[in-house]
Design a protein around this ligand. Structure first.
Ligand code: MN
Length: 288
């Protein structure tokens, strides 16, 4: 297998999203998106405790036309939506949703995290959907760590969330071919990851430090690969956690506004109208 050349290593930027501080590796100064990946946010929050669940996290908001996906690393994330889904996912798990024609959801810490306090670490990324599937019925899938196939090797561990990888099939349903991995590698260990050459590929380091295909990447760096080979050769300097997002480009025009990702400006206007008319459903959250 020939190596994918590292096209660029891009440090993430700190942003303030409505009072929530987080790291944003994508979009960045060099790329608006890397088709089919539209956005990556990495958040590490500490909840002080003695709060009610409804006072923390992100309340009801709509989405249409893509999949917002949350990998949970620490703490729990509770999802409720206008189609009646309600589930809590803990460390090692994934909140997977395809917004399709429209859904309203909330994303909050668990009741226990709100009341007792503690850390939450998540990565949320947005995966685009080909035009012909954007108006499908919304789809929601909570995945626990046990639901997610895992490969364990010498000094490393890889979870396969979506796509085929080394004989394992990730449980998340995608609308275009992709492989989504979460991994950790111990200091001084090596790991080779093979992906199709034509897949657009990003690796993000939550922490640690790696040498990847001969280049050095630090914590909170986004590594962007050229489409000229198959393999990522990782060598960790210290214990490192990372994710790999790799997918076949969809190759369609993207028109996005806030929580909607469509192909044209007209479709964005329709999304705004449908959302205001309540066509994405009504979320009435429940709290005990
Ligand atoms: Mn959301």
């Amino acid at each position: 297998m020939s190596k994918k050349t590292v096209a660029q290593i891009i440090p993430s930027q700190k942003i303030n999203m409505g009072g929530h501080l987080l790291e944003q590796p994508l979009p960045n100064a060099f790329m608006q998106q890397l088709d089919p990946f539209l956005l990556i946010h990495h958040a590490e929050w500490t909840f002080a405790g003695n709060q009610r669940q409804q006072e923390v996290g992100i309340g009801g908001h709509p989405h249409r036309g893509f999949s917002p996906v949350t990998f949970v690393f620490k703490g729990e994330v509770r999802h409720q939506d206008s189609f009646g889904h309600d589930a809590v996912v803990g460390a090692g798990g994934t909140q997977w949703m395809h917004a399709g024609k429209g859904i309203v959801h909330s994303e909050r810490p668990s009741k226990e995290l709100a009341e007792k306090g503690g850390e939450q670490e998540i990565i949320q990324f947005w995966v685009n959907t080909p035009a012909k599937y954007k108006m499908e019925r919304p789809y929601y899938l909570p995945l626990s760590v046990e639901d997610t196939p895992k490969i364990e090797g010498k000094g490393y561990e890889l979870q396969i969330v979506a796509g085929d990888y080394d004989g394992n099939v990730g449980p998340a349903k995608t609308f275009s071919p992709m492989t989504l991995l979460r991994g950790q590698i111990n200091a001084h260990q090596t790991l080779e990851i093979n992906l199709p050459a034509n897949y657009n590929t990003l690796l993000y380091l939550l922490d640690g430090q790696l040498e990847v295909n001969g280049r050095s990447a630090e914590r909170k760096d986004l590594v962007w690969f050229a489409n000229d080979g198959e393999s990522l050769n990782l060598k960790a300097s210290v214990d490192t956690r990372f994710i790999v997002l790799s997918g076949e480009p969809i190759g369609e025009k993207v028109s996005s506004y806030g929580p909607f990702v469509m192909n044209t400006q007209t479709e964005i206007m329709e999304a705004l109208r449908d959302s205001q008319m309540g066509k994405m459903g009504v979320l009435i959250e429940s709290f005990d």
